[in-house]
Ligand binder design. Structure first.
Ligand code: BDP
Length: 678
């Protein structure tokens, strides 16, 4: 198994009794309303059921017994257009939705039920909690992928629009199966090239493939395009010529793609151009693009990932400070997209302080599915528990229960448009994601964007049954391993709320000693603030008062090292090495204990995986086994680097029972040079 089928494996059901019951219940597929999308839904059901039962199942359009009926219609239990109901018995199933996309989602929900071996007798009513469930591809025109670790881009720009790679359809199926309905197809560090007629034709070809699967295409735009493409002298958003240019360009795009999703914009961030280049605000820039979208359904998604190179500032506060005064000034078509945490997709961040306090501006969530800071495609890190932790975090913005999930789904502030985005981890590798378990992160993102109240454990179980094994004992082990993987990764890299100590540029492996970079906030020392007197970034007023950006209840929860969640400790507190934590250990001992535990836990993961050999396809088994061996080696690299580096400041020995590394700080620094070649 090369993993190319992802979780859409429609193999013969091994349990004979169950297979027979599926065969008996569903003899044909009836499509009452013929559209491109209902056809796709029927084809998918046909493919799945024929695979599950080993018998070809036909598609018809007149009602009959023992069928799966796809029917456009309404049901009081359906809250949103893309929602659906399924009534299933051993004598057939009926899927109802007000939209053909909803029928497609219903079809996939039924397939999932069967694929995971559940009872055929059930009633189901589902509606997505978030409207735009989107992948952000950081793919470049030359086929490379920024922060992509699974080969080159899936989009073959040189072949488009003449050749349609069959993988585009596989991609669309995979996304539709988990409810993803939008994709921005190019890097946020955007090339203006994507707005040329040449590229719009290519993008149109992609949009045409994705459309029947309910997926809308977005384009990331370069704010300087009026100058670079249009030959104008400025890209000032208040300049009438510039406004006109965007209006014409937006009209032109719609001639190619009538249902164009909209623009995604990274502006005045990490050197990208933006409205501030002309003394204008983010709102001026975003509103201009939204005006250009007038008369169309598309929206403008404007990223809040901005920070100044201020050595005395705190990057934690930048986006909040720049955007908070603008709440209420954005065009209704603008959505501000915020990364889950205030710095940058670190392995574990407190939720972004912007969530909850933008009552007048819809905020979108941006997660990173690609594991830029989480071991690329080498380390096994199931991200759903982290996504879940963020979505379940309580902002207390409107009292207890004002979770980030409720901000994102619009229920807290009554947002009219809601968006959840994930930076894609897809690439040209046969199995799409490099690490076989990377697939689970794509899967989990989609499931949580559909319904953020699903548990990461339930999602892991579904994915495992669909992708790896159906044997109950093995499923339990795999899920257990997945659930442990993120906390383990955090332990051997960034325990107790450390962050941003990765190798410069490539963002792989440890470099806690990094002191100089293009900007102070690209170093490691800026974040961990290690000194003789202790470790951590005091955000309670001393070095920065970033904690005050949160509501008083959150401030209370994170303001006291004795009562707070220790996973966020050093995000907010600078503590003496000897400071005694509620665990009974000093900061130094707790930190080192966690680093060592992290490595031990990787060994546990290896053992656990080895025990699964009889249940897992050999190719996948060996692939994961090999990657775990590298992970173990690199967990040691992290542990030893951090211990040897921090020890220079703490001047303390390892806690009793922990074994001294066999190498020196110089040795591990040397490794950094080797890894720089990545
Ligand atoms: C950072 C990545 C960089 C991205 C940036 C972003 O290192 O490649 O361009 O995020 O989100 O984490 O814009």
């Amino acid at each position: 198994d090369d993993g190319s089928r992802l979780w859409l494996k429609y193999d013969l059901i091994q349990d004979e009794a169950y297979r027979k019951s599926v065969q008996k219940a569903f003899r044909q597929i009836i499509v009452l309303d013929q559209t491109e999308t209902t056809q796709v839904a029927a084809d998918e059901l046909q493919k799945a059921l024929s695979g599950f039962t080993g018998k070809t199942i036909s598609i018809n359009n007149s009602p009959a017994n023992k069928s799966i009926v796809l029917k456009l219609g309404s049901d009081p239990r359906i809250q949103k257009n893309e929602g659906f109901t399924i009534s299933s018995t051993s004598k057939g199933a009926e899927i109802i939705s007000p939209s053909d996309e909803g029928l497609l989602y219903g079809a996939f929900a039924l397939i999932r039920r069967i694929q995971t071996g559940q009872s055929l007798d059930f009633e189901l009513a589902e509606s997505p909690k978030v409207q735009v469930r989107m992948l952000n591809h950081w793919d470049n025109a030359n086929g490379t992928v920024e922060r992509g670790y699974a080969g080159s881009s899936i989009w073959k720009w040189f072949e488009l629009p003449y050749r349609i790679d069959p993988r585009y359809i596989e991609y669309a199926r995979a996304n539709a199966s988990i409810g993803i309905n939008a994709a921005s197809i190019n890097n946020v560090n955007a090339s203006s090239r994507f707005l040329t007629a040449e590229y719009l034709e290519k993008i149109k070809a992609v949009a045409d493939v994705l459309r029947p699967y309910g997926i809308k295409v977005f384009i990331s735009v370069n704010f300087r395009s009026p100058r670079t493409l249009g030959g104008l002298e400025t890209s000032d958003p208040l300049d009438p010529g510039v406004r006109q240019w965007w209006k014409y360009k937006t009209e032109e795009i719609h001639r190619y793609i009538p249902d164009f999703g909209g623009y995604l914009v990274k502006a005045n961030s990490e050197g990208e151009p933006g409205p501030q280049d002309y003394g204008r605000t983010h709102a001026d820039g975003a509103n201009m693009l939204a005006d250009a979208m007038k008369g169309h359904e598309g929206v403008v998604i404007w990223r809040a990932f901005v920070y100044e190179a201020d050595p005395n500032g705190d990057r934690f506060k930048e986006a909040f400070n720049q955007f908070k005064p603008l709440d209420g000034t954005f065009h209704p078509k603008v959505i501000v997209q915020v990364k889950n945490g205030p710095i940058d997709f670190m392995p574990r961040e407190p939720f972004h302080p912007m969530f909850g306090v933008f009552p007048k501006t819809p905020l979108a969530m941006e997660f990173q599915i690609t594991q830029e800071y989480l071991g690329h495609s080498t380390h096994l890190t199931y991200l759903a528990p982290m996504f879940e932790e963020v979505l379940d975090s309580d902002t207390y913005a409107k009292g207890e229960g004002s979770t980030v999930g409720k901000v994102i789904d619009g229920s807290l502030n009554n947002y009219q448009v809601t968006v959840m985005a994930g930076v894609a981890n897809t690439g040209s590798d046969a199995n799409w994601t490099g690490h076989p378990f990377g697939q689970s992160n794509w899967y989990a993102f989609g499931r949580l964007a559909w319904d953020h109240t699903l548990s990461s454990e339930q999602i892991a179980e579904e994915w495992t049954k669909m992708t790896l094994t159906k044997k109950p004992k093995a499923v339990k082990e795999v899920v257990d391993l997945m659930m442990k993987s993120h906390p383990t990764y955090v332990k051997y890299t960034y325990p107790l709320g450390l962050a941003h100590m990765m190798g410069e540029g490539h963002h792989y492996g440890p470099q806690p000693w990094l002191e100089k970079s293009g900007r102070p906030d690209w170093t490691s020392v800026y974040y961990h603030r290690t000194a003789k007197d202790g470790i951590g970034f005091d955000r309670t007023g001393g070095m920065s008062d970033a904690l005050s950006l949160y509501s008083p209840d959150v401030q209370k929860a994170w303001g006291d090292p004795q009562t707070m969640d220790l996973n966020y400790l050093l995000w907010f507190h600078h503590l003496d090495w000897d400071y005694e934590l509620p665990t009974g250990k000093t900061v130094w001992n707790e930190l080192m204990t966690r680093y060592y535990q992290g490595v031990d836990e990787v060994e546990e993961l290896q053992k656990q995986w080895n025990s699964l050999k009889p249940y897992i396809d050999q190719e996948i088994f060996e692939n994961v086994k090999g990657r775990l061996a590298i992970q173990h080696k690199e967990a040691l690299w992290w542990r030893d680097s951090c211990y040897l580096y921090f020890k220079q400041f703490s001047e303390k020995p390892l806690p009793v029972g922990l074994e001294e590394p066999k190498r020196t700080l110089e040795d591990v620094k040397e490794l950094e040079h080797i890894y720089h070649l990545r």
